[in-house]
Design a protein around this ligand. Structure first.
Ligand code: AKG
Ligand code: FE2
Length: 296
């Protein structure tokens, strides 16, 4: 491939590094027709702040809470994430379908409500310190069709040494986009805002009054004990429940983890083992940002 071609891709095409999939008509019709409205009503929506500003969409987090009250934690650089609640009824039904089709457990979901074409998520790579190695990340789309844009990172140019590959994947209502960790490493992904006038949009894009809900399911290997006291698992320093350590708030460790997240956003040959395998017990980054602001 050469030049600046932007590929518009669909189910069955080679997407990203080739280990991605777009599954259409994912939920059975009886669930698909009520899922958007039920999720919208059932979920306790929150705003979320990042670098002091509100992110342009509503969010909620649900997950599998163990008998001892431990629950999975997905860390990414937000000032504060909403509290994790147990899977609500319709989200649990969707999760069961994801697990059946994927043949992989998923124990955590970030649910996002794009209230109109003005809501978006900027280009990023998912942060994988807490994502089980070798697992796949899933986005279930409900409501209005939006487009997932994939773009290779700056350190991964075409052979002309100038341009980056771009792929656009329309995500219609009731589809499941499956992303492998290789694609997450070599490409950035985004849902860009769509400010075209209504009459230029297709029926699928105007569906559900232009509102979209996405459910990002992940298999998480890092856990918190009740009250955010202790942390253990893949992304923590203590790898098992009995080796759990108290969580660390802000400070040098938080700075280190934020730098690692930055590296993961920029590097296509990101070495997970070197960067993450030791683990980090950091939970919140806001304290750190506040102290940075005071310093400078
Ligand atoms: O809304 C989507 O489909 C994408 C969400 C996403 O990339 C994320 O939550 O990391
Ligand atoms: Fe993402």
């Amino acid at each position: 491939m050469s030049g600046r071609a932007i590929s518009l891709l669909h189910s069955g095409d080679r997407i990203g590094e080739g280990e991605c999939d777009l599954v259409l008509d994912f939920l059975p019709p009886n669930l698909a027709t009520l899922a958007f409205e039920q999720v919208r009503q059932e979920v306790r929506w929150h705003t979320m702040s990042h670098r002091g500003g509100e992110v342009p969409r509503l969010v909620a987090v649900q997950g599998q809470v163990d008998d001892d009250g431990s629950y999975p934690i997905y860390r990414h650089p937000a000032d504060e994430s909403p509290p994790l609640l147990s899977f609500s009824p319709v989200v649990e039904r969707i999760r069961q379908h994801v697990q059946d089709v994927l043949q992989q457990p998923v124990n955590h979901v970030l649910i996002q409500h794009y209230r109109s074409g003005a809501d978006f998520i900027s280009e990023h790579s998912d942060k994988t310190i807490d994502v089980v190695r070798g697992s796949r990340i899933v986005n279930v789309s409900l409501g209005a069709q939006r487009t997932m844009t994939l773009r290779t990172k700056k350190d991964n140019l075409y052979s002309d040494n100038k341009s980056r590959a771009v792929q656009r994947i329309p995500l219609p209502h009731n589809s499941m986009f499956v992303m492998g960790l290789n694609t997450n490493m070599c490409w950035l992904h985004a849902i860009r805002h769509d400010k075209r006038p209504q009459q230029e949009k297709t029926e699928a894009e105007r569906f559900a009054n232009g509102e979209r809900i996405s459910l990002t399911f992940r298999h998480i290997g890092t856990f918190l004990t009740p009250g955010e006291k202790l942390i253990y698992g893949q992304g923590a320093r203590g790898k098992t429940r009995s080796e759990a350590h108290p969580v660390v708030l802000g400070g040098v460790e938080a700075q280190k983890l934020l730098e690692a997240f930055g590296l993961e956003n920029h590097s296509s040959d990101f070495d997970w083992g070197t960067t993450y395998s030791e683990g980090s017990d950091v939970l919140h980054f806001k304290l750190l940002e506040d102290s940075c602001n005071h310093n400078g």
